[in-house]
Design a protein around this ligand. Structure first.
Ligand SMILES: C[S@@+](CC[C@H](N)C(=O)[O-])C[C@H]1O[C@@H](n2cnc3c(N)ncnc32)[C@H](O)[C@@H]1O
Length: 218
C-alpha cells in the first residue's frame, strides 16, 4: 500500500525570508532587494508622483500604513508627505535593516504578518505588489481588515487585455501572470465593497503586462 503525504505549503514568512536570502527578486549585491518593480525608475517614479499628488491633496495630513513595505526604496519617497507612516513587513531582518537606514520622527517599522495580525489604525493603506504574491485566502484575510480605513492605494501587476482574475496560488516569489491572471479585488471571490475607485497610475511593462495602481475610497 502506498501512502500519499499531503503537501502543506510553506508558511508565508518562510517563503518571503527565502526570497530575500536567495535573491529570487534579484539584487545580488544588496542585502535585501524587493525587485525591479521597487527600483526601476520608469516603474516607480510615475507611481511615486501619483501617490504624492494624492497625499498633497490632503495637505500631507493623512496617516499611512504601508503593508508589505519591502526594502522601502519606494516608501521612503512618500514619508515626507504623510502625517504619520507605519511600514510593515513579515521579514524580521528586513524590518531591522529598514529601521537602521530610514529615520523620521513620524516613521515606524513593524514586523507583522498582515494576513494574521491586527493592523495599526491609519487613514490610508498602501499595498504595493504584495497581493500578487499571496494566496486568495491571505488576500481575503487582509481585505477583511481594511474596512476601518478611508483610502486604499493598491498596486498589482496584471496582464494586458482580458484575463481570468484571481486564479489561486500559494504564496511565492512569482505572480499570477503565468496563469494569465492577476488580482482584481472587486470581483469573485473577493467582491470587495468600495464607495468609489480611480486608477491613478498605470505603467506598461511589455506587450503582455502592466502595473496598475488604484485608489479606492472605502
Ligand atoms: C514585491 S515586495 C513589494 C515591496 C514594496 N511594497 C514595494 O512596492 O516596493 C512584497 C513584500 O511583501 C511582503 N509580504 C508578503 N506577505 C506578507 C505578509 N503576510 N505580511 C507582511 N508582509 C508580507 C514581502 O516580505 C515583501 O517584502
Amino acid at each position: 500500500m502506498t501512502s500519499k503525504k499531503s503537501k502543506d505549503p510553506w508558511p508565508t514568512k518562510a517563503v518571503m525570508e527565502q526570497i530575500y536570502q536567495e535573491h529570487f527578486w534579484g539584487g545580488e549585491d544588496s542585502d535585501f532587494y524587493s525587485g525591479e518593480g521597487s527600483h526601476d525608475t520608469k516603474i516607480i517614479q510615475p507611481y511615486i508622483d501619483a501617490v504624492i499628488l494624492f497625499l498633497k491633496s490632503h495637505n500631507n495630513q493623512l496617516s499611512v500604513c504601508d503593508l508589505g513595505c519591502g526594502d522601502f526604496n519606494v516608501g521612503k519617497e512618500l514619508v515626507p508627505f504623510a502625517k504619520a507612516y507605519v511600514a510593515i513587513d513579515i521579514v524580521e531582518g528586513l524590518i531591522e535593516r529598514n529601521r537602521q537606514l530610514f529615520n523620521a520622527d513620524h516613521l515606524t517599522f513593524k514586523c507583522q504578518d498582515i494576513a494574521q495580525d491586527d493592523l495599526p489604525k491609519a487613514n490610508c493603506v498602501i499595498i504595493r505588489q504584495v497581493f500578487q504574491h499571496l494566496s486568495n485566502q491571505e488576500i481575503q484575510q487582509i481585505l477583511d481588515k481594511l474596512t476601518d480605513y478611508k483610502y486604499l492605494i493598491l498596486t498589482e501587476h496584471i496582464p494586458i487585455g482580458n484575463f481570468t482574475p484571481n486564479v489561486d496560488i500559494i504564496a511565492n516569489s512569482q505572480n499570477r501572470l503565468k496563469h494569465h491572471s492577476g488580482v482584481d479585488v472587486l470581483v469573485e471571490p473577493f467582491n470587495f465593497v468600495v464607495k468609489e475607485f480611480e486608477v491613478i497610475n498605470e505603467v506598461l511593462l511589455d506587450d503582455n503586462s502592466r502595473i496598475m495602481t488604484t485608489l479606492f475610497t472605502l
